[in-house]
Design a protein around this ligand. Sequence first.
Ligand code: CU
Ligand code: ZN
Length: 183
Amino acid sequence: MNAVSKSFLLMAVLLVTALNGFGQNMHKMAMKSEVQKAVCILYPTAGNNVSGVITFTQTPDGILVSGDVKGLTPGKHGFHIHECGDCTAADGTSAGGHFNPTHMPHGAPTDAKRHVGDMGNIVADASGKAHVEYVDKVIQLNGPLSILGRGIIVHQGADDFVTQPTGNAGSRVACGVIGVAKK
Ligand code: CU
Ligand code: ZN
């Protein structure tokens, strides 16, 4: 190999290295623009008094689901992400069924096979207040499984994790829409 072709080869290597670095920086910029936090305000459906705020925060281990709900009867209440961010119906039925983009059976949040929207139950104390705080491994804020724009429903009864495809959690006592949160 002569001197000219050697220097040409060196330039080619440098160019490829520089372009690769540029690509990685672009990737980092894209990562930064991804949604890191979402929020949902829960409003009571007709004839109910259940309200609350739930946040979804990206962590290295999954999505931290956190918040408080009040106005509940004491005990367990089914707590799901539903397909539609549509709370227009007085009884919350406009939110549709459980958000299930992966076509799985209904289950508990810790089950390998579950709807993406299956967040289990929240548990209200004697004063009707429930605190939610757990890390969900299935929910996503970005990509095809993103929960943005979907609905959250709180149910009158407990989710049994068995009955298909609803968990038999009864009527809908609160409804909200998941949106991008301000940082
Ligand atoms: Cu539900
Ligand atoms: Zn489900």
